[in-house]
Design a protein around this ligand. Sequence first.
Ligand SMILES: [Zn+2]
Length: 255
Amino acid sequence: MFTDESGRLGNVPSVDTLRKAMNEPTCCGAVTPAFGKITVKSLMDQIGATVRGRLAEANLTQSENEARKFILKEFARTGKPPAEKAIVEAMKLPSVEAVHKFIERLHKADILTMEGGEIISAYPFSARKTRHKVAFPDGHEIYSLCATDALGIHFMLGENIVVRSRCPECEGEMKIEVKDGKIASCVPEGVVESVSSGDHCGCTAKTFCPFMNFFCSKEHLEKWREKNPASAQGEMYQLQQVLEHGKYTFGDFLK
Ligand SMILES: [Zn+2]
């Protein structure tokens, strides 16, 4: 349980509570170690809880929630968000303006991110190229925002996936196959995930996602951390743990 700013108890910390817990400033500028007194295990859990919690906090009506799911399903199908006109038609919303307002609301709630009036990502998907490419059984491919999101997509859509991700240290490709809730194969075998936090505040997509990556081995992660001391305080997860985090965060995202 967490206590929010007004003293209410809840299962999910607010973004502000999370920032405070992490000793992070609430505005950009100051750089403090992101990993304060809390354990990294609980940090990873809190990231998942925050993504899930935002959805609960947004308090969407049933039709708004259907529109949100429509956006995610289109992202999964095409790798891009649907056009506003398509949302109007599919969701029988009154106008493009109504969709505009709705998308702006999702943006403010950090359920999706926008740039220049366009949706560029909706957890776990990115319309822009990232290190993590996810392929579906029919052959089509999309990008995920981060390593955890890539594996979470399997649980969100209930489809077997093959993730191809590039190691930040050597730029070598790693291939992870997720089938029926399990890691079916992984090449090379020693893949690990590193989670660290960015030195600026903002939405999860910008603060955490660029810092949640697969590395082809523990050795490559260590080498990379030597060269990137700002991220040296991050934590390392085994693939099985990443799978569990992905399931926890995205398992019921479309339900
Ligand atoms: Zn590597």
